[in-house]
Design a protein around this ligand. Structure first.
Ligand code: PNS
Length: 169
């Protein structure tokens, strides 16, 4: 076990399909709290038909966190509990936007702790992102709406390219 925040390795897992400004806000906050942060892109079996494959999400996130020297991006398949044990992580980080997020996050955190003995710490994203979710970003995007204020620039670039190819087909 590490002896303080500077030597603490944290894992921030998520689908990140696509990464949003809210995700990046949580990453920047967590990077200030922990010595090392691994952003782990995961296949969430409950979310079928992703917009981007794992590698594309990992690539977009890597560009988004390029300014944060203690952050790296990885991907994994399988149980988060196994991943954090393999990474010798001290803590799991999750973001909370609204109170209703806490209900499912609490049981997930307890399950992950039962399986790995690793605790989850919650960070609140800035309130200006409290309505931003990947699923809403996708819905707005596919219905032709503007997502520029909702996602980081590297993500916007990839989404703009996707829009061009959708328009061309
Ligand atoms: O961004 P999401 O989709 O809300 O993130 C959820 C995620 C990917 C963190 C969660 O589904 C997860 O940890 N998946 C890995 C599989 C796993 O460990 N499942 C048991 C969780 S109790």
């Amino acid at each position: 076990m590490a002896d303080g925040p500077a030597s603490t390795r944290a894992v921030y897992p998520g689908s990140f399909d696509p990464p949003t400004n809210g995700h990046l806000d949580v990453i920047e906050r967590a990077a200030r709290c922990f010595g090392e942060l691994i952003v782990a892109v995961v296949v969430n079996p409950q979310k079928r038909d992703p917009m981007f494959d794992l590698q594309a999400r990992e690539q977009m996130l890597s560009e988004c966190v390029a300014h944060l020297p203690n952050v790296r991006v990885e991907n994994f398949r399988g149980l988060l509990a196994d991943y954090v044990k393999a990474q010798k992580a001290d803590v799991i980080v999750k973001g909370l936007r609204v109170v209703s997020d806490f209900e499912s996050e609490m049981s997930t955190a307890l399950m992950n702790r039962a399986l790995s003995s690793v605790d989850t710490m919650f960070l609140m994203s800035d309130q200006k992102y409290s309505f931003v979710s990947s699923s809403m970003v996708k819905e707005v995007f596919f219905l032709g709406g503007e997502v520029a204020a909702l996602v980081p620039e590297p993500v916007l670039r990839v989404m703009a390219a996707r829009r061009s190819s959708l328009n061309a087909s």
